[in-house]
Design a binder for this molecule. Structure first.
Ligand code: NAD
Length: 491
């Protein structure tokens, strides 16, 4: 295990593609500016990789596949766990890079994002040694059937900016554990930790070409990956519109797809819940990572009998949250990821007002002393007149939540399900029968009861409706990254 490196990301950091175990400039020498959201300054450049770069990444992956797919599970597992340990040893360096690139508080990157990326490698390093397939004896026919789970070949992994390394590795780790070779693209808005991951993989002894990381815009680099005839599967996390586009491009080539898309998740609070626990968790589920988590509970429904009390207590707690520079330990809310995103989120505050929503707290851009050009926004709570207004229906993906009261279980269930998305839902109640009735009827891939974002990596993760197709996590991810083949032998 190597020692923790204490060197910071240089003030001006340009990064390169990681292809066949080496770092390369983009062939066409096209670059994109990378902004630091905490101060609005350009602090580096990243390749805007072309089709040719993606082709080189593909060739490297294809060449590595015959050996990697035949490498023993123990050896693959050992390398994945080594990557995990190196990430842990480099926690500070990775957390600083993530925070600088994304605007998230460094405390969050250190406690959640980077440790979770390390867990992804450790988890799938272990899971692959436990992954089994079925066999069936066809009684009376003197035959036995068994299922092979074979790696697909070269697969594509494309990830978003909100949990950069956490989600990038959530795809890469199961893909390589299962014996595939990968062409991966992180978000062009937050590429830095993916770049650093290349170094770690080399140090861990991952053979050249097993993982190839190309940087660039979705419309150039991402498009070249999804259009590639021989990249047989795409695991994508990002917006619903992008997911629909990928599905359209991939369908004629019969690519295997896993699409993890947007959300507009209900947080349903009944009067019989454990109030203090609910209140603290609801602050987190509303504003963690500046509300830029696909699982945030952005629509809060509160039983009418405790609505006024909740409103007062919640707003009081929100007013205590400190918006500040991501590197300060006392910061609760860092910077939003980019200027266009800040503008989009701010527009929703105006839309809410026009729709007769009442801003109970927040609603303003914040100027942080010394970082006046950073993208800071107050955590904002909007009381909405009905569940059908735009701020209650459309994904905002920022520090804005809506609240409104409800009277009955049926009424809230209907409102909770009346959006196009279906990623997660949170339920606060101590009534067992209600818990079961509601959990079974909520249209969501994940239901949390009396908690939020508690994750066990063995469980299936994904959404329904416009929140996606397919499941990640545990053996579901290993199933996605393998083809099942049945062999029938007559004896
Ligand atoms: P996005 O769809 O704009 O981009 C996601 C990735 O796709 C980026 O790497 C981007 O470069 C790439 N991309 C864009 N156009 C492409 C194209 N034509 N071909 C191939 N790749 C392309 O999403 P975003 O703004 O980065 O992320 C925010 C969205 O992600 C939100 O909607 C959020 O809910 C969603 N998200 C979902 C989950 C989940 O697990 N369901 C998790 C995190 C974020």
């Amino acid at each position: 295990m190597s020692k923790e490196k204490s060197n910071e990301i240089p003030a001006f950091a340009s990064i390169q593609n990681y292809i066949n175990g080496n770092f390369h400039n983009p062939i066409q020498d096209h670059w994109i500016d990378n902004y630091n959201p905490s101060n609005g300054e350009i602090y580096g450049q990243i390749p805007n990789s072309s089709k040719e770069d993606v082709e080189n990444a593909y060739i490297a992956a294809k060449s590595a596949f015959p050996v990697w797919s035949q490498t023993t599970l123990e050896e693959r597992s050992r390398i994945l766990i080594q990557i995990s340990e190196l990430l842990e040893a480099n926690l500070q360096r990775f957390a600083e890079a993530e925070s600088k690139d994304n605007g998230k508080p460094i405390s969050l990157a250190k406690a959640i994002d980077i440790p979770r990326a390390a867990s992804n490698f450790r988890f799938f390093g272990n899971a692959i040694t436990q992954f089994a397939s079925e066999s069936h004896e066809s009684v009376g026919q003197q035959a036995v059937n068994y299922t092979l789970r074979q790696p697909i070949g070269v697969v594509g992994c494309i990830s978003p900016w909100n949990l950069p390394l956490y989600l990038f590795t959530w795809k890469i780790a199961p893909a390589i554990a299962a014996g595939n070779c990968v062409v991966a693209k992180p978000s062009e808005i937050t590429p830095m930790t993916a770049y650093l991951l290349g170094e770690i993989c080399t140090e861990a002894g991952l053979p050249k070409g097993v993982l190839n990381i190309v940087h660039g815009l979705g419309t150039t680099t991402g498009q070249a990956i999804i259009e590639h005839q021989d990249i047989k599967a795409i695991s994508f996390t990002g917006g619903t519109a992008t997911g629909a586009h990928i599905a359209r491009v991939a369908a004629p080539m019969f690519k295997k797809l896993s699409l993890e898309l947007g959300g507009k998740n209900p947080n349903i609070i009944f009067a019989d819940c454990d109030y203090e626990d609910m209140l603290d968790t609801t602050v987190r589920s509303s504003f963690a990572n500046q509300g830029q988590i696909c699982l945030c509970g952005s629509r809060i429904f509160v039983e009418a009998s405790i609505y006024e009390k909740f409103k007062k207590d919640f707003v009081e707690k929100i007013k205590d949250l400190k918006v500040g520079h991501p590197s300060e330990a006392s910061t609760n809310i860092g910077a939003l990821v980019s200027k266009p995103h800040l503008e989009k989120v701010k527009d929703y505050i105006e839309i809410a007002k026009a729709e007769k929503g009442i801003v109970l707290c927040g609603g303003n851009q914040v100027t942080v002393k010394g970082y006046e050009n950073g993208y800071y926004l107050e955590p904002t709570v909007i009381e909405v007149p009905n569940d059908e207004c735009r701020v209650n229906q459309e994904e905002i993906f920022g520090p804005i939540v809506t609240i409104m009261p409800f009277n009955t279980e049926d009424e809230v269930l209907q409102m909770a399900n009346k959006v196009k998305y279906g990623l997660s839902a949170t339920l606060w109640t101590n009534n067992l029968k209600r818990t079961m009735r509601m959990s079974h009827q909520l249209q969501a891939g994940i239901v949390w009861v009396n908690t939020w974002m508690m994750r066990d990596l063995r469980t299936p993760f994904g959404g329904v409706k416009a929140s996606g197709v397919g499941r990640e996590g545990g053996f579901e991810a290993l199933r996605f990254f393998t083809e099942a083949k049945n062999v029938c032998i007559k004896y």
